[in-house]
Design a binder for this molecule. Structure first.
Ligand SMILES: N[C@@H](CCC(=O)N[C@@H](CS)C(=O)NCC(=O)O)C(=O)O
Ligand SMILES: [Fe+2]
Length: 302
């Protein structure tokens, strides 16, 4: 496991452990109530090698090993959004632990969009692939620690932030201060909505711990994933350089014009819009993916 780190806290603050996936620069989390030993897994990665077509469970199994070693009971398997750069391991972890899966309720809008792209008329775009769909403002518990869902659209139509005690799992909204913010140019993305979502996150108490969903290691530094609302307000390279929504939108859209599509977007969405289920094997026992040609913009020819 790469860059696993633990930040231990006292009192009712959750214990947070991060697992960094260097292939996709994703950060996966276990957030636990040390009082009750209950935990949630957030944004787990199912490994995939696009060159060979191999899938792997190394990261998910490392999380399960950690959970087992700590004596934690998994209460929730949470995704913040349908990822465009990796497969979610939510389904695999549900099979292993029996814990319920959840995502934001607006996943149904993403499903409706992408079922058209993949030409899957029979795909149920109703969110039934998860055990629970969270609406904005909904609350739940991890052990005795209260958790709250913020609707944080912009990067995707369905993105949510999980605020667990003093820890906010913001995934692809705001990144580490030197890294800025997430892109807003995927189908259904919106730079103005991203700005408003980030402003809601930054209105949390200054000492709120921020746990980001990716770290692209600017300048080649070691991966980092934890900051605070105060640090982000003072130093985030995108947010602190913009005085208004309009300025942010200009900056974000200019940067997005320079980005190519994530290399796994067409692989990943068909798995992730289906709650992490791989396609059913065909008659020969092999599973296959399907890609639309000439549908998405963002080709990099040079
Ligand atoms: N090169 C990466 C790009 C992944 C990517 O686009 N990541 C999104 C989050 S899913 C993002 O917000 N990136 C911000 C950026 O690249 O500035 C890949 O191909 O997977
Ligand atoms: Fe993302």
């Amino acid at each position: 496991m790469d860059g696993a780190e633990q930040s231990s806290v006292r009192g009712s603050k959750p214990l947070v452990k991060a697992f960094f996936d260097k292939r996709t620069c994703s950060v996966q989390y276990v957030v636990a109530d040390p009082g009750t030993m209950k935990c949630a897994i957030i944004d787990p990665v199912l490994d995939f090698d696009e060159k060979s077509g191999a899938t792997g469970r190394q990261h998910a199994d490392a999380i399960l090993d950690y959970v087992g070693d700590q004596g934690f009971e998994v209460e929730w398997i949470l995704d913040t959004h349908p990822h465009a750069d990796h497969f979610t391991a939510a389904r695999y972890l549900r099979e292993k632990t029996g814990a319920p899966t959840a995502i934001g309720e607006k996943i149904t809008q993403v499903q409706k969009l992408w079922k058209g792209f993949y030409n899957w008329p029979d795909f149920p775009a109703d969110g039934s692939q998860w055990d629970r769909l969270f609406a904005a403002g909904e609350t739940f518990e991890i052990g005795n620690i209260p958790a709250r869902v913020l609707f944080s659209p912009g990067h995707t139509l369905a993105s949510v932030t999980y605020v667990v005690g003093d820890a906010a799992f913001v995934h692809d909204t705001i990144f580490m201060p030197d890294s800025g913010t997430a892109r807003a140019d995927f189908p259904g993305g919106s730079a103005p909505l991203l700005y408003r979502s980030i402003m809601e996150i930054l209105s949390l108490p200054d000492e709120t711990r921020i746990f980001v969903g990716h770290d692209y290691q600017p300048g080649g530094r070691e991966p980092l994933w934890e900051s605070t609302v105060a640090e982000e307000k003072a130093n985030n390279t995108h947010m602190s350089s913009c005085r208004s929504e309009a300025e942010f939108v200009k900056l974000r859209e200019a940067r997005d014009r320079t980005l190519t599509m994530p290399k796994l977007i067409l692989h990943a969405l068909q798995i992730n819009m289906n709650g992490g289920r791989l396609p059913e094997p065909e008659a020969n026992g092999t599973r296959y993916l399907k890609f639309p040609l000439d549908l998405l913009q963002g080709a990099a020819w040079d």
